[in-house]
Design a protein around this ligand. Structure first.
Ligand SMILES: Cc1ncc(COP(=O)(O)O)c(C=O)c1O
Length: 379
């Protein structure tokens, strides 16, 4: 008997300890974790430097409220603005809250209401972010949806041309759709999206909640394409597992978020920020990020070598250490098979196995995971 609402199809794994790339369950089984808490534990579980920073903050103060000057908020905001080239930060507690803030800021600053997003996108589970999400299954039973959201097809610029109008506050998208199936936006398409949006007086919001914080080998995935977003949203990997989300936006939007216009009791919590400061100073480092790219290349190379002759294998997707293995059949059943062989992996969409190892994964761990994957996928 469980006392929890059954919103999750939970695995039969009860964690009692997790360190680095490994998670130990109550039954004594040790798993190699290529889920990283769904792109959250980007430095592995319980990294020592983050733990130390959190312990120090726990000995100072935990919560005061946003009526106070919180130095850690300024420190982490500086890290985020330096790394993104944007100017100002608002802190919340999660990805959905960050996207809510982005949508509110876009509406208020433009005086327009329509937000265009992409089919198969995922932006969260609150009313605005559920409406922004381009997947019907997320919305079933919760209608009517919040008005003024419209969906266009990724990599089809004509569908955006048909949708954008003088009431469009923003075009909002993931550079690589995470939950939707590791679907990449083409470079030319995304540049054209930005051009169209800006010519139209609409903002560009990039959801970096899954792709950000070094996951793809750059601080943020938009930087592979040289885009110039007005707002980006981040969460997940920002604080190594402590709840924190943020938007980072252009200074020109500052008037729309004046005192009293938006807020959050817990947003920018000092303990989460202590974790974020240490996490970001480790990840936003050129040699660390170069290593992420190298490890991603290695993982992709090995996967391609062992899978290329398999009929079940279609193609590899993603960038850096956000890796999708697209199959010719449904990916779901392979998760339990991987767990039987002590490897934790995810799906994305229906036909994609999603690998999100910690960004400091070792070559040995990569080889170990590839061996399990070939075992479960080989006919
Ligand atoms: C791209 C993207 N946006 C938003 C969210 C929602 O984040 P949260 O679950 O922290 O609200 C997620 C979560 O999976 C995500 O992947």
């Amino acid at each position: 008997m469980s006392y929890l609402f059954p919103t999750y199809a939970r695995w039969d794994v009860t964690p009692i300890k997790a360190k680095g790339a490994y998670l130990t369950a109550k039954d004594g089984k040790e798993y190699l974790d290529f889920t990283s808490g769904i792109s959250v534990c980007n430095l592995g579980h319980a990294p020592e430097n983050v733990k130390k920073a959190v312990e120090e903050q726990l000995n100072q103060f935990w919560h005061t409220s946003n009526l106070f000057q919180i130095e850690l908020q300024e420190d982490v905001a500086k890290q985020l603005t330096d790394a993104s080239g944007l100017d100002l930060v608002f802190f919340g507690n999660s990805g959905a809250e960050a996207n809510e803030a982005a949508i509110k800021l876009a509406r208020k600053s433009t005086g327009r209401s329509k937000v265009i997003t992409f089919i198969d996108s995922f932006h969260g589970r609150t009313f605005a972010t559920m409406a922004a999400t381009g997947q019907d299954k997320i919305k079933t039973g919760f209608g009517p949806m919040l008005e003024s959201f419209e969906y266009v097809t990724m990599n089809d610029i004509d569908s955006l041309k048909a949708a954008i109008d003088d009431n469009t506050a923003a075009v909002m998208f993931e550079v690589i759709q995470g939950e939707g199936g590791i679907n990449e936006g083409d470079v030319d398409f995304l540049r054209e999206v930005e051009k169209l949006a800006h010519e139209n007086g609409s903002l560009v919001i990039i959801d970096e909640i899954q792709t950000g914080i070094g996951r793809t080998g750059k601080p943020f995935a938009f930087q592979h394409i040289g885009l110039n977003p007005d707002i980006i949203s981040v969460a997940k990997g920002i604080a190594s597992g402590f709840p924190l989300g943020a938007i980072i936006g252009k200074a020109s939007l500052s008037d729309a978020f004046s005192a009293g216009s938006h807020g959050s009791t817990f947003g920018g919590n000092p303990v989460a920020l202590a974790a974020a400061k240490e996490t970001l100073s480790t990840i936003f480092d050129d040699s660390f990020l170069t290593d992420v790219t190298k490890k991603g290349d290695k993982l992709r190379y090995l996967l391609n070598e062992v899978l290329k002759e398999e009929t079940i294998f279609k193609k590899l997707k993603g960038k850096g250490l956000m890796v999708g293995i697209e199959l010719n059949e449904e990916a779901g059943p392979f998760l339990a098979k991987a767990r039987e062989q002590n490897l934790l992996i995810l799906t994305a969409g229906t036909h994609v196995i999603r690998l999100l190892p910690p960004l400091n994964v070792t070559e040995e761990e990569i080889e170990k995971a590839v061996n399990v994957i070939v075992n479960i996928l080989k006919k």
